[in-house]
Design a protein around this ligand. Structure first.
Ligand code: NAD
Ligand code: UD1
Length: 309
């Protein structure tokens, strides 16, 4: 059996996926430029090879495929921040779109058997109607969402056009351990939890809510996302298809703060700022397609939050 390539494997979701693949006894190669990923996210394991490289550099990707015999590729490398893509669309496009093209091309040329792509709920944009089904209209309204949608289409079409067994998962808002809170662009739960922990430690910190806090997201725990990735990988009916990956439940930012306060007893002062450009008001997944493959989320937001405190 060939090796499994995980691009972006040193990042938040990627490192949890790598852990599960190693537990399953598989040999894994991580390819990551460490822009947000960290070496310490990854376990030491003789079956794990970690390489530094940029998916947006074609020659590096070609060299990678020339050096290893991959049978499966999980493509997670991307600039994950929507806000960053609005500020710097050219740079994020190289990682989020060009990288997908180079990988797909190599997978076809080097006869890789399976390709799984991390797409995003951001493709739905702010069109009315929740929960979102996979065949609902899309409205990608940020560079991040446009790149994810275009990548996703190339990925899915590669099954019909070149016989590459592809699937994509539209992750909703993933949270859990190792999500890096250090940038203002980080996932909102990682930021709120970080501020709450520091406040408990006596630090003078505050929480910023962009907008009125009534915006909602479908927050899904990272371990559930890894389960979904592995279920889709193994499913022969999943080729050429995209799967919403969430819980089917909406939670507002104000709800999040209430849950954190219920756990910790107190939260930092909250400041309200104008909404971010391109921000979506409400988001929630219809997960019937994934359920048909046997998926059922194990963690609610409140259960997932408890793990941090
Ligand atoms: P993350 O930032 O922790 O992980 C991304 C990883 O990709 C990092 O290790 C980073 O160093 C690496 N990377 C970035 N650009 C790269 C490049 N050009 N070449 C090689 N490596 C590169 O973010 P995450 O939350 O773990 O996101 C993983 C994937 O899931 C991304 O594709 C993201 O768009 C997607 N996604 C995440 C969420 C979420 O809520 N976290 C939701 C939807 C989709
Ligand atoms: C997130 C993911 C993105 C993914 C998308 C899928 C990250 C960094 N982004 O984007 O990769 O494709 O889900 O749905 O993982 N907010 C605050 N205060 C803060 C930080 C954020 O109010 O300190 C607000 C934002 O304005 C937004 C909401 O919280 O309204 C969620 O923001 P964020 O966690 O960045 O997620 P998305 O933009 O939904």
């Amino acid at each position: 059996m060939g090796k499994v390539l995980v691009t972006g494997g040193a990042g938040f979701i990627g490192s949890h996926l790598v852990e599960s693949l190693l537990e399953d006894g598989r040999e894994v190669v991580v390819f990551d430029n460490f822009s947000t990923g960290k070496m310490e996210n990854l376990p030491k394991d003789t079956r794990l090879t970690v390489l530094k490289g940029d998916v947006g550099k074609k020659e590096k990707v070609v060299n990678l495929f020339g050096s290893f015999d991959f049978d499966t590729v999980f493509h997670l490398a991307a600039v994950a921040s929507v806000a960053k893509s609005v500020e710097n669309p050219e740079e994020t496009h190289r990682a989020n779109f060009d990288g997908t093209m180079y990988l797909l091309d190599c997978c076809v040329k080097f006869s890789v058997s399976r390709f799984i792509f991390a797409s995003s709920a951001a493709v739905y944009g702010d069109l009315p109607g929740l929960p979102k089904k996979e065949n609902d209209p899309v409205k990608p309204q940020t560079p991040y969402a446009v790149d994810k949608y275009a990548s996703e289409r190339y990925v899915l079409n590669a099954f019909a056009l070149y016989g590459l067994k592809t699937s994509a998962l539209r992750f909703f808002n993933v949270f859990g351990q190792r999500q890096d809170p250090s940038s203002p662009y980080s996932g909102v739960i990682s930021i709120f939890v970080d501020r709450a922990l520091r406040f408990l430690n006596g630090e003078d910190v505050e929480i910023t809510i962009f907008g009125d806090g009534k915006q909602t997201r479908d927050f899904v725990y990272v371990k559930d996302v890894v389960k979904a990735l592995l279920l889709v990988e193994k499913s022969k009916t999943a080729y050429g298809k995209v799967f919403n990956t969430g819980t089917g439940k909406e939670t507002s930012l104000l709800d999040l703060l209430e849950y954190i306060e219920n756990i910790t007893g107190k939260i930092p002062p909250v400041k309200f700022a104008p909404p971010r450009k391109g921000d979506i008001k409400h988001s929630c997944a219809d997960i019937s397609m994934l359920k048909e493959l046997g998926f059922s989320p194990q963690f609610s937001v409140e259960e997932g939050l408890r793990v941090f405190f």
